[in-house]
Ligand binder design. Structure first.
Ligand code: KDG
Ligand code: MG
Length: 407
């Protein structure tokens, strides 16, 4: 079974998605997700201008070999553009393998370890009341874990609003000029103070009904992160995500010494090998690799097994800027590994259900999966043609002196 053709399909619905389609000489079709928010065209170019020709005629069954050829064989190993392209190819090849075997991916990976997956969704409020209302709505809809964020008004300048990272702002449709209208500069001290206050309120209101997650999005310094962790420790978060910059990942060790708060980390680590020190030194409780950026299913299986040996659980990155194909692919892994922790999920994917018909179903705060062959997503390419790519950017954040701050 040889690879006959590779296509990269770039579409923009609410946001951009790059879908990889691989066709084999015996007529099987596999789909993968290769979306890199804000850099979609660069990934498309790697596929169309470099990898497509190189893959033609290769054995579709030899996934590990193809993975190594793309990662190491191109000499310039690494880099999110390459690993995102690789992710899309890897997913499409696993999809083909499953379809050939007429088995769902989770069966190929050893079979289900559980019947359903606990998920968490994002809840954002533009103010405290809206946040509390939305938490309530989600709890009534059955969710057991919520990731909360909210906008904060600067007490010294009521005109300035600090927007915490949330799905609406992570959208690659926002132009740099637009972001200025909704976000001035960033002040970590205002954020920390407000976060402690709001966490207490949500905990008091819903603490017996739901568990809480907060994503710092790498916006704090080490000492700020330690101070924050200690002060919200009593609210028993499910985990605190990305308290510090991944460029300084070794410093997670210092956070460990100072707090018992569970730590989740890793959506920005796009190289499998970056996880080595984190796992081997037990610097986190949950790893958060992104299936569309780390190289697909193949490295995620290895990473999960490695984490399992150290008693570390998974909480794969699952925002709306990776497509339903990615969400479906990682769910198969989640079903088949013993150290699954929780899955981040996007509850508003429904509007895409005609384009990507997934095997996933949300029920009472859990994800269930249908036994479809491969990854099990039906892709409607006709609809895709009606939604061409739109150039877009990720937001940029600056401090009060005008210098770039981690967004
Ligand atoms: O493109 C950026 C998003 O993927 C990110 O902001 C989402 O931090 C995120 C999360 O945890 O889902
Ligand atoms: Mg995050």
């Amino acid at each position: 079974m040889k690879i006959k053709k590779i296509e990269s399909i770039l579409t923009s619905f609410n946001r951009n998605y790059l879908t990889i389609k691989i066709i084999t000489d015996n007529g099987l079709i596999g789909y993968g997700d290769a979306t890199l928010n804000g850099r979609e065209l660069a990934v498309k170019s790697i596929i169309d201008d470099y990898l497509s020709n190189f893959l033609k005629g290769k054995e579709a069954d030899r996934i590990e070999d193809i993975w190594q050829m793309i990662f190491r064989g191109t000499y310039w190993r690494n880099g999110p553009v390459l690993t995102t392209a690789l992710s899309g190819i890897d997913m499409a090849l696993w999809d083909i393998k499953g379809k050939k075997a007429n088995m769902p991916l989770y069966s190929l990976l050893g079979g289900k370890c559980r019947n359903k997956l606990k998920i968490y969704v994002h809840v954002h409020g533009r103010n405290e009341n809206e946040l509390l209302e939305r938490c309530k709505k989600n709890i009534n809809n059955g969710y057991k874990v919520l990731r909360y964020s909210f906008d904060t008004v600067d007490p010294n300048d009521r005109e300035t609003i600090y927007c915490q990272p949330h799905q609406d702002l992570a959208i690659s449709k926002i132009e740099e000029s637009d972001i200025k209208k909704i976000q001035g500069y960033w002040d970590s001290e205002v954020y920390i103070k407000e976060l402690i206050r709001i966490t207490k309120i949500i905990h008091q209101s819903f603490g017996n009904k739901v568990e809480l997650i907060h994503d710092v999005h790498s916006r704090l310094s080490l000492s700020q992160a330690i101070r924050l962790s200690r002060q919200i420790e009593e609210y028993n978060l499910f985990f605190l995500e990305d308290p510090i910059d991944p460029l300084n990942k070794e410093a997670l060790e210092n956070i460990r010494y100072h707090t018992t708060l569970p730590i989740a980390f890793g959506e920005l680590l796009t190289n499998l090998y970056d996880y080595k020190i984190i796992i081997a030194n037990r610097l986190v409780d949950y790893i958060r690799p992104d299936i569309s950026h780390i190289g697909g299913i193949t490295p995620l299986i290895k990473l999960s097994a490695f984490a399992e040996l150290y008693g570390i659980q998974t909480a794969f990155h699952g925002p709306s800027d990776i497509s339903p194909i990615a969400h479906s692919a990682m769910s198969h892994i989640n079903f088949s590994i013993p150290n699954f922790g929780i899955q981040e999920y996007v509850e508003n994917f429904d509007y895409l259900s005609d384009v990507f018909k997934t095997p996933l179903k949300v029920k009472d705060g859990y994800l269930e999966i249908l036994p479809k062959p491969g990854i099990g997503v039906e892709v409607n390419e006709e609809i895709m043609k009606e939604y061409p790519y739109k150039k877009a950017f990720l937001p940029i954040l600056r401090d009060e002196m005008g210098a770039i701050h981690n967004w």
